[in-house]
Design a protein around this ligand. Structure first.
Ligand SMILES: [Zn+2]
Length: 364
């Protein structure tokens, strides 16, 4: 058997493999790389696992979420496996003869997942794809634009590269607008940057709090990342109706188990419009009778402890430097508080609700 992180999004440190009472026990640790605080992302593949139960123990605090590890045989179709969880540091998986199996903290999303999504929308005449900029490691950042309206709407994700559930929500918002809210395309031009930290996402970095600062603290007078400089230039002089930055929060627990919104500054010209959008999301998710991800109205206002004044973050930049009418960050949990960990389908429905809420807020 072999444990590897040598694939897009991979992240693991293998510490030991041993046999205890006839059972294989693997000791592991998430790889923090250049993150300067404790963080929790990991993702690995096991090739040629033995048939039977293998125990996986993590040594650097709890990183197995309450819904269990997320697992896949092909790296494309994922589900949380609550039954294999022992505690927050351990899971035991019963292998039945598969050649390989992936395990991850949450549902990963890397460039190949974006390309799969793009395949489903690429023939839409309203959509254009270009290269936004090139990353420090030479990767081309995709930019999607759609519509030809006079005002602009921006969506970004992966300022913190390990926050993968956010990407599924963003994909769904984009598709919903193309499919269900198409008249928005006459009033607005949408600009979508799906991977702000594309190198980190592909390399399987944590990304959060990376040294000297992460991509969502780069909105300074002298940004250090190519993407931030490109955003400064690209957004200059635009008439921005809305900016939404898609994130995932802390690993789990409390408010981190349900979606929440960090509001941008309540600045002119429309200090309260972002609250209206949040209220629409709340109403729409509340009245959906299916087993869906609900936004229950948990927000942190600009100036609260978790949303400090003056942070050099994306939403503050768009609100204060670009006068966006709406500018907020929406956090989608890694696995959530439903009976089982989130599925891609549930993340997509959440995106549909956000798209509809945006429509109801901006098209009235
Ligand atoms: Zn984040």
């Amino acid at each position: 058997m072999k444990i590897t992180s040598d694939f897009p999004g991979g992240n693991i440190k293998l510490l030991s493999e041993q046999t205890e009472n006839g059972k294989t026990v693997v000791t592991l640790e998430q790889d923090l790389r250049d993150t300067d605080i404790w963080w929790f992302y990991w993702c690995f593949r096991i090739d040629d696992p033995p048939v039977g139960e293998v125990e996986f123990r993590f040594v650097n605090k709890g990183v197995v979420c309450p819904n269990g590890p997320c697992t896949s045989v092909d790296g494309n179709n994922w589900c949380f496996d609550k039954s294999s969880r022992v505690d927050e540091c351990c899971f035991r998986f019963n292998f039945t003869g598969e050649k390989s199996r992936y395990f991850s903290f949450s549902i990963p999303y890397v460039i190949k997942d974006f390309e799969s999504f793009y395949e489903t929308i690429k023939n839409d005449k309203a959509l254009k794809r270009s290269v936004f900029t090139v990353s420090e490691k030479g990767r081309e950042l995709p930019l999607l634009t759609m519509g030809n309206g006079s005002r602009d709407i921006f969506f970004t994700a992966r300022h913190h590269c390990c926050e993968s559930t956010a990407s599924y929500v963003l994909d769904s918002v984009v598709r919903s607008i193309l499919v269900s809210y198409r008249d928005m395309l006459d009033r607005f031009t949408f600009h979508i940057i799906p991977f702000t930290d594309i190198d980190g996402a592909e390399q399987g970095d944590q990304g959060k709090n990376r040294i000297p600062h992460d991509h969502n603290r780069d909105y300074t007078d002298k940004p250090i990342y190519n993407v931030t400089r490109a955003i400064y230039e690209y957004t200059d002089g635009r008439d921005i109706a809305a900016f939404i930055d898609f994130h995932s929060p802390w690993c789990w627990g409390g408010a981190n188990d349900e979606p929440h919104i960090h509001m941008g500054p309540e600045a002119e010209p429309t200090p309260m419009l972002q609250y209206e959008l949040a209220e629409h999301i709340k109403e729409l998710t509340a009245k959906d009778a299916r087993d869906v991800i609900r936004f229950n109205g948990v927000i942190t206002r600009y100036g609260d402890k978790a949303n400090l004044v003056g942070t050099e973050s994306s939403k503050n930049f768009y609100k204060l430097k670009r006068n966006a009418n709406i500018a907020f960050t929406i956090e989608t949990p890694y696995s959530g508080n439903l009976a089982y960990g989130y599925t891609k389908g549930q993340l997509y429905i959440f995106g549909e609700h956000i798209a509809q809420a945006l429509y109801e807020t901006l098209m009235k």
